[in-house]
Design a protein around this ligand. Structure first.
Ligand SMILES: *[C@@H]1O[C@H](CO)[C@@H](O)[C@H](O)[C@H]1NC(C)=O
Ligand SMILES: *[C@@H]1O[C@H](CO)[C@@H](O)[C@H](O)[C@H]1NC(C)=O
Ligand SMILES: *[C@@H]1O[C@H](CO)[C@@H](O)[C@H](O)[C@H]1NC(C)=O
Ligand SMILES: *[C@@H]1O[C@H](CO)[C@@H](O)[C@H](O)[C@H]1NC(C)=O
Length: 418
């Protein structure tokens, strides 16, 4: 086997370093470039045997219809990949993922409807991405998030109806963006994009061709111009409602929070509860008007979320201490407000969950301070509600807004019982 093995190995090596017969390969040593030019060749697929040290691969103007995961597996040093004017409709996931040296990709004038956006995550050297004149309908808000070097992005002449406002806001070097000639649906989902278009210094050619295709009353309207979009980011107030009067004798405590949210369209409310041992997310109400109060049991069963924005935790105890967050979400974006809830009387309220415990203070009521019995902690319950920095997000983007801060209503609760 020895000599034959060597022979075949040598053959293989020679082959991978050679150039496909149909292409023209040149090395520009001075610039460290190795160009493989296979354009205008009537190719129906990416040719095999590409020179492994190619830095530029030109496959423009052919009839290539699909790209496979291993199409470019041999040419991982590629810095430029030209594939425009083909018939590409299928791009397998992983096709570009390992081409981490890429600075430019041109896939314009193809038939791509579904693009493997995840492949872009590690292509952090990418400066130019052309996907214009394809059939793209959706671009995820996080598609370009890691492309810190991206300068030029072409998405024009596709079928994109919605782009989130934050889609391009993580691109510090972006200088040219083309999104004209897409059938934008001018609902509140493009409100963020519209605002971004109005403010960004990025050069955006053909602004007058960035128009609405829907709804009917806005058809043809230019997106970057004053446009009647009746949209409002949710505003939110998180408040505590006392259920226990001092006179009421109770052997259990109910924590009640009320989240009032406004926005256009009306926002949906989601509660997130983060205790030291678990995280619970509750989407929408789990109890109807006058619905059954579930018997106490597991944590989840003790959480009642009402349609009106109220939430109650029955039999609130030390284990339930944590961060309580109400998030309001609509087509424009989301806002959330959080409070830290901790029972007083425990030596270390909520452990390290409470970080900026600005609202917590020692109970001021005399009896507690004086009472020395070992049971005093159990009898006197104080819930501290401490603000957690509020968060606003406009789909792709996350912004910290000081205004939302004011929306958090804080009321330290003092409850006596027993
Ligand atoms: C690949 O690299 C070798 C050595 O640097 C060079 O001699 C050869 O011409 C290169 N091949 C191509 C196709 O650029
Ligand atoms: C990106 O790189 C990381 C770290 O090397 C790796 O774990 C991940 O799988 C890569 N992602 C893609 C899409 O290739
Ligand atoms: C536009 O968006 C709205 C809101 O998301 C949706 O209800 C409507 O069906 C969309 N219209 C078209 C033509 O896609
Ligand atoms: C919300 O509804 C629940 C159940 O009907 C009620 O107990 C609670 O007081 C209401 N909250 C507000 C703020 O009206």
């Amino acid at each position: 086997m020895g000599p034959w093995f060597c022979f075949f190995t040598a053959l293989l090596l020679v082959e991978t370093q050679s150039c496909p017969e149909i292409c023209n390969c040149v090395a520009k040593k001075k610039y460290g470039r190795h160009i493989a030019d296979c354009s205008y060749r009537d190719l129906r697929a990416v040719p095999l045997g590409l020179p492994f040290n190619a830095t530029t691969l030109t496959l423009s103007v052919n009839h290539i219809s699909s790209l496979q995961e291993d199409s470019f597996a041999d040419v991982v040093d590629l810095q430029a990949l030209w594939l425009s004017h083909n018939e590409i409709s299928t791009v397998a996931q992983g096709t570009f993922a390992s081409l981490v040296q890429l600075r430019a990709i041109d896939l314009s004038h193809n038939r791509i409807a579904v693009f493997p956006w995840g492949d872009l995550v590690n292509l952090t050297a990418l400066q130019q991405l052309k996907l214009s004149s394809n059939r793209l309908e959706k671009v995820p808000p996080e598609a370009f998030r890691t492309l810190r070097d991206l300068r030029s992005l072409w998405l024009n002449d596709n079928r994109i109806s919605v782009l989130a406002g934050g889609t391009f806001s993580s691109l510090p070097l972006l200088s040219q963006l083309q999104i004209n000639h897409n059938p934008f649906n001018c609902s509140c989902k493009v409100w963020g994009l519209k605002r971004w278009l109005e403010e960004t210094p990025v050069s955006i050619p053909e602004r007058d061709s960035i128009t609405c295709a829907a709804p009917d009353n806005l058809k043809g309207s230019i997106l970057g111009r004053p446009l009647k979009l009746d949209c409002m980011l949710p505003s939110i107030q998180l408040a505590y409602h006392s259920s226990l009067g001092n006179s009421v004798l109770h052997d259990e405590l109910t924590l009640r929070l009320h989240c009032s949210a406004m926005g256009r369209p009306p926002p949906e409310i989601q509660w997130k509860i983060q205790t030291s041992t678990r995280e619970v997310v509750i989407n929408g109400p789990n109890v109807g008007e006058g619905g059954n109060w579930l018997a106490a049991g597991s944590f989840e069963q003790r959480i009642l979320v009402f349609k009106n924005g109220s939430m109650a935790i029955l039999e609130f105890s030390k284990a339930d201490e944590g961060i309580y967050t109400c998030q309001a979400l609509n087509d424009v974006g989301s806002r959330e407000a959080s409070v830290n809830v901790a029972l007083a009387g425990s030596k270390k309220p909520a452990g390290d969950i409470i970080r900026n415990n600005i609202q917590a203070s020692k109970p001021q009521t005399e009896p507690c301070e004086k009472e020395e019995s070992p049971k005093s902690e159990d009898k006197f319950v104080v819930i501290y509600l401490t603000p957690v920095a509020p968060m606003t997000s406009n789909e792709g983007a996350t912004l910290w807004e000081p205004q939302a801060w004011a929306g958090v209503l804080l009321l330290p609760l003092l409850t006596l019982y027993g």
